[in-house]
Design a protein around this ligand. Structure first.
Ligand code: TXA
Ligand code: MG
Length: 347
């Protein structure tokens, strides 16, 4: 692991924001909170700075980054066109957890887009993001989630430090993220809109604003077959995964208990359950809860820290209660499918 830096974790107050803005101007990557997850930011126009992000994360170079802006004025230099659909979605959901993939403009370097002719742009609602961009004099930044590639995204400064210690000079601490899963990614670069990654802005909400269907990319629910290419390159990797081997269990609580009991009989060593609030007590193995069964926003907020907690407790494997794949729950289900490398048991 590179130990180039002595990593400072600073509160996101005036001094912290001023230091972050200085790094942004100088082309030095650093971590900061957004409403979705913590990110690693660097000037989207500066190829050297953006390459530093890929090094810090250990991320494959073919996976493009999202560019973050603080106001609509910054959009014009980054994209070649703002289609009518993008204007409607921006009016409805920005600032907020929505990324739009648009035809690429000149103000973003090749390293950030992985050479694609499109660019993903989002305007976060988190006040720290807005403050850092303004303090740097209006620099749009590229930022992936601040995890080591393949690990669950961090939703606190402490989880960011666990992955990035020694790899970045600064982590701004803005407290826990309120959304907890990464932004919704929708492509508006083609003939029809296409949902590439589900998030807190739901398919149903976008359909109401656009007055048309927003189909799901096949990569959201299915494993890619060999030779098939992903529209959103990030969807092709095993992802969001803790060290513990996860298996998603579809079915009710009784089926989940039966499945746990059967597994525990073979080998209970290090077997855990990841379940809904209030269910942990009655299970035959130790359990972590990740939110109420009927509250997908809470599940989204708690999921990634629960996955990291499994590792902290030394879990070898975990069976996971499957969320309902609707609304925000679709985002939770999509992340769990990947974290489980598509191991699903249906009872
Ligand atoms: O909430 C978020 O979006 C967080 C915070 C930090 O803003 N960022 C984030 O970035 O999740 P990252 O790099 O971990 O995920 C970006 C996703 C990847 O799946 C990537 O393939 C996709 O967006 N993406 C980015 N640009 C794209 C493009 N031009 N076309 C298709 N997919 C794109
Ligand atoms: Mg990520």
């Amino acid at each position: 692991m590179p130990t180039e830096y002595k990593t400072q974790v600073l509160p996101a107050d005036a001094a912290g924001i001023a230091l972050a803005a200085q790094y942004l101007r100088q082309g030095v990557p650093f971590a900061l909170p957004t409403e979705t997850v913590y990110g690693i930011a660097a000037d989207a126009a500066n190829a050297g700075a953006v390459r530093g992000i890929f090094v810090a994360k250990g991320r494959p170079q073919d996976n493009p980054l999202i560019v973050h802006i603080a106001d609509m004025g910054q959009l014009s230099g980054l994209v070649a066109a703002v289609p009518e659909r993008a204007q409607k979605l921006a009016a409805a959901f920005w600032p907020g957890p929505l990324t739009m993939v648009l035809p690429r403009g000149a103000g973003v370097c090749d390293a950030a887009t992985a050479g694609l002719d499109t660019v993903g742009v989002r305007m976060p609602s988190h006040p720290v993001v807005q403050a850092v961009i303004r303090a740097a004099g209006g620099i749009a930044f590229a930022a992936p989630s601040a995890n080591l590639s393949g690990r669950p995204s961090p939703t606190t400064a402490a989880d960011t430090l666990a992955d990035m210690d020694g790899r970045l000079p600064l982590i701004l601490d803005g407290g826990p993220c309120t959304v907890g899963v990464e932004s919704t990614v929708v492509s508006l670069a083609g003939e029809r809109p296409l949902l590439l990654r589900p998030g807190a802005v739901t398919k149903e909400q976008m359909e109401r604003v656009l007055g048309e269907e927003v189909p799901l990319s096949g990569a959201i629910l299915d494993k890619l077959k060999p030779g098939q290419t992903a529209r959103s390159p990030g969807m092709k990797y095993k992802h969001y995964a803790p060290k513990a081997e996860l298996t998603l269990v579809k079915g009710d609580l009784a089926a989940f208990k039966a499945c746990l009991a059967a597994q525990a009989e073979q080998d209970a060593g290090g077997l855990w359950a990841l379940c809904f609030t209030g269910e942990g007590q009655g299970l035959p193995v130790p359990a972590l809860e990740y939110g109420a069964e009927n509250d997908p926003a809470e599940q989204a907020r708690r999921l990634f820290s629960a996955l990291r907690e499994l590792d902290a407790r030394g879990a070898r494997a975990a069976l996971v209660r499957c969320p309902a794949a609707r609304g925000v729950g679709l985002a939770v289900y999509n992340r769990l499918l990947r974290a489980a490398a598509f191991r699903v048991v249906e009872l």
